[in-house]
Design a protein around this ligand. Structure first.
Ligand code: PEP
Ligand code: MN
Length: 360
C-alpha cells in the first residue's frame, strides 16, 4: 500500500507530531482557553471529543455537533488545526461540514467492521488525514482490516494511534500497551505513521512521560495527549489529563533518538545477534527432535500427550532459572509456553499419523 503524508501545511515534518487537547469539548470557554494555552506552547493540532462513546448510558456523552462551532472558533483564534473522533456517517458529515481538519476513529469503532465500512464509504473522495485507533481487543487483523477498508475507499492520508488494549485482569495500565501488536503493524506497513496515545494507555497523569519516551524510542511518529485547562474539573478522563504547561514540560524532556545510519560497532553487534538467532533455531529444532521421540514413546506406551504436572514443573523451574540470568520470569514463561505448544502439536501429529496408518 502507498500511504500519503498526514502532515498538513505549516506543520514540522520531523517527529514527534503532537496532537493535544481535552478528552471532550465541554464548554466554549473550556475549548477556547485550552486551545489558547496549547497554541502558546507551540502545539499546532488540537484534539477534542465531540461525540463520546461511553461504556454505560447516563455519563457525559459529549456535547455533540454544537461543540464543532467552538472548535472552529478556536481554529480561527489560534490557527491550530482541529481533530475530532467520528463513529458514524452523521458524525463524518457534521465534522466535514464545519471544516474539521483531521478525523480519528475511536477504539470501540475500529472493533466494528460495519461502522468502519460506513465511515469509509462516507469519506470517499475526501482528502484529509484520518487516524485509526487500535481496536479495544488485541487483534492486529481487526486493526489491519480497518486500515484496508479506508484505503480501499481511496483514503491514502492514513495514520494509526496506539491507545492500548482492554484486558480481563487489572494491570498498572488503563489499557495494556501490548507493544508487539503495533510493532507487528509497523512491520507490515513500514510507511504508515504510528502515533501513541499515552493518556489512554496509562490512564493517569504520572505515566505520560515514561510512555511517551517509550513510544519515541520505538520510533513512533507522534503523540496524541489529553490536555485540559483545568484537568481536575474535566467532565471525562480527569485522572489522565494534564495542563498545557505540564504538557510542555513533558515534551521538552523527551529525548528523540534519530540517528538512522548503522555504525560499524552496531553492525558487529547485529551480526552477533544473527548468529545467536541461528543457534537458537538449531537448538529449538534439536529440542523438537527429542520431543518427537518422546511422542513416539508415549504412542507405544498408550500415554496421553499432555502431562500437566511435568509441564508446570518445567515452567516454574525455568522461570526462576531465567530470573537468575537477568530475564523476567513472565518472558521465560511466554517463550516456554510457545515452545511447549509446538512440541504438543508435533506429538499430536505423530499420534494422528499412527491413527491414520491403523485405519488403512
Ligand atoms: C478519546 O480519544 O478520548 C477516546 C475516547 O479514546 P479511545 O477511542 O482510545 O477510547
Ligand atoms: Mn479520553
Amino acid at each position: 500500500m502507498q500511504f500519503e503524508s498526514i502532515i498538513l501545511p505549516g506543520i514540522d515534518p520531523k517527529r514527534p507530531l503532537i496532537i493535544a487537547g481535552p478528552c471532550s469539548a465541554e464548554t466554549e470557554e473550556q475549548v477556547i482557553t485550552t486551545a489558547r494555552e496549547l497554541a502558546a506552547n507551540e502545539v499546532k493540532i488540537f484534539r477534542a471529543g465531540v461525540w463520546k462513546p461511553r461504556t454505560k448510558p447516563g455519563g457525559f456523552e459529549g456535547v455533540g455537533s454544537s461543540a464543532l462551532k467552538w472548535l472552529m472558533q478556536a481554529k480561527k483564534e489560534t490557527g491550530m488545526y482541529m481533530a475530532t473522533e467520528v463513529a458514524t456517517e452523521k458524525h463524518v458529515y457534521e465534522a466535514l461540514k464545519y471544516g474539521i481538519d483531521i478525523l480519528w476513529i475511536g477504539a470501540r469503532t475500529t472493533a466494528n467492521p460495519f461502522a468502519v465500512q460506513e465511515i469509509a464509504d462516507t469519506l470517499k473522495g475526501v482528502d484529509i488525514p484520518i487516524l485509526i485507533k487500535n481496536p479495544i481487543n488485541p487483534d492486529v487483523e481487526l486493526w489491519v482490516g480497518a486500515i484496508e477498508r479506508l484505503y480501499n475507499a481511496g483514503i491514502k492520508r492514513l495514520g494509526v494511534i496506539h491507545r492500548g488494549f482492554s484486558t480481563a485482569d487489572k494491570t498498572v495500565y488503563r489499557n495494556a500497551p501490548q507493544w508487539h501488536i503495533p510493532i507487528e503493524l509497523k512491520r507490515r506497513f513500514p510507511t504508515l505513521p504510528v502515533l501513541s496515545d499515552p493518556s489512554h494507555i496509562g490512564g493517569r497523569r504520572d505515566s505520560i512521560q515514561t510512555l511517551s519516551q517509550q513510544a519515541m524510542d520505538l520510533n513512533y511518529f507522534g503523540l496524541i495527549i489529553e490536555s485540559h485547562c483545568n484537568p481536575d474539573k474535566a467532565w471525562s478522563d480527569e485522572a489522565q489529563q494534564i495542563t498545557p504547561k505540564e504538557l510542555k514540560e513533558i515534551l521538552q524532556a523527551l529525548i528523540i533518538r534519530d540517528t538512522v545510519q548503522s555504525t560499524e560497532d552496531l553492525s558487529v553487534l547485529r551480526s552477533q545477534i544473527d548468529e545467536l538467532d541461528n543457534k537458537l533455531l538449531e537448538l529449538l529444532s534439536k529440542r523438537m527432535r527429542v520431543s518427537r521421540e518422546i511422542g513416539r514413546y508415549k504412542l507405544e506406551h498408550d500415554m496421553p500427550v499432555l502431562q500437566t504436572q511435568r509441564y508446570d514443573e518445567i515452567l516454574n523451574n525455568r522461570a526462576s532459572l531465567g530470573e537468575q540470568m537477568d530475564m523476567s520470569a513472565s518472558f521465560v514463561k511466554k517463550v516456554l509456553e510457545a515452545i511447549h505448544s509446538e512440541s504438543v502439536r508435533q506429538q499430536i501429529v505423530i499420534m494422528n499419523n499412527s491413527k491414520k496408518q491403523q485405519a488403512q
